[in-house]
Design a binder for this molecule. Structure first.
Ligand code: GLN
Length: 285
């Protein structure tokens, strides 16, 4: 049997062939997950049973081929909560925490302690769950089309004690779905927003994620146009839409919002300094 130290160094080497920068982190995550300990390297001399070592090495090999670490682990953290994930659902990204922060700031400022919120294109449910955790009195709705994502979404609401999030299996681009949730204080969404060109240049890891969660039409803006138009009447007068989008899309998203009678557009930067979210207030003409 190999020691943890020997195995760690072997696994690190395999992963580093692909990506030197993340090799320590990825190896640590795989060890934590497979050995079920937070600090497995506190005991570096412990032997690793052969079957465990084989399992760890096989994950390392898949990782070295570009398979996402998050899917290998089957879970990922967002907003301090744990989310089950796997192929078929978008991996929660730290950038999206900016969107959660912006919605929470609006709720504080507007003194909305029990807002009605809908999260469109909810995916794993990370936004809906984070908001429900912070605003336990909120009436939270999550809309998702993909069957695969829906399974994770349901599981994640239960796992995080948020069973009272209302889940709708539906297409956000259909009028009937929009009409099924009315009187919203806040509509929040991180829809697919990559352009056709972005899709042709995806990093290997991202190619394993569902294209339906990434591709936003040729110019990447299809969902913003459709959602803003179709869902405007589902948002209360004086209520808000808050969107996440990609680098460089803020002016277009702002125009789409303003063109549908949303005002006071507030943009926000993510942790990497990229303008990542916009929120605007609904005014009825
Ligand atoms: N942030 C994702 C990416 O850059 C895209 C997610 C989305 O389209 N909403 O890969």
């Amino acid at each position: 049997m190999v020691s943890r130290r020997e195995l760690f160094s072997g696994v690190r080497g395999i992963i580093a062939e692909r990506d030197e920068e993340t090799a320590d982190f990825d190896t640590t995550c795989i060890f934590q997950d497979l050995l079920g300990e937070k600090n497995p390297m506190f005991s570096p001399d412990l032997p690793v049973p052969d079957d465990k070592a084989a399992e760890i090495l096989s994950l390392a090999k898949r990782r070295s081929e570009g398979y996402p670490l998050q899917y290998l682990l089957g879970q990922w953290e967002f907003w301090g909560c744990n989310f089950r994930i796997g192929e078929g659902v978008l991996i929660p990204r730290p950038d999206t925490e900016t969107l959660v922060e912006q919605v929470l700031d609006i709720c504080r400022r507007e003194k909305l302690t029990a807002p009605k919120i809908a999260d469109l294109c909810s995916g794993s449910g990370c936004i809906a769950v984070a908001l429900k955790k912070e605003l336990p009195q909120a009436d939270v709705w999550a809309v998702e089309l993909s069957e695969a994502a829906l399974g994770y979404l349901k599981e994640n609401t239960v796992l995080n004690g948020c069973e009272d999030i209302h889940i709708i299996h539906g297409d956000v681009l259909k009028k009937e779905t929009a009409r099924s949730v009315m009187g919203l204080d806040i509509l929040v969404s991180n829809p697919p927003y990559l352009t056709a060109v972005d899709m042709s240049e995806l990093q290997t890891e991202v190619r394993y994620e569902p294209a339906s969660a990434l591709f936003g039409g040729d110019d990447g803006l299809g969902f913003y146009r459709a959602i803003t138009g179709l869902w405007k009447t589902s948002v209360k007068e004086g209520g808000f839409i808050a969107y996440e989008f990609g680098m460089g899309q803020h002016d277009d998203v702002r125009k789409i919002l303003e063109g549908s009678g949303f005002t006071d557009v507030e943009l926000r930067r993510d942790g990497g300094g990229i303008i990542r979210t916009a929120a605007a207030r609904n005014i009825f003409e």
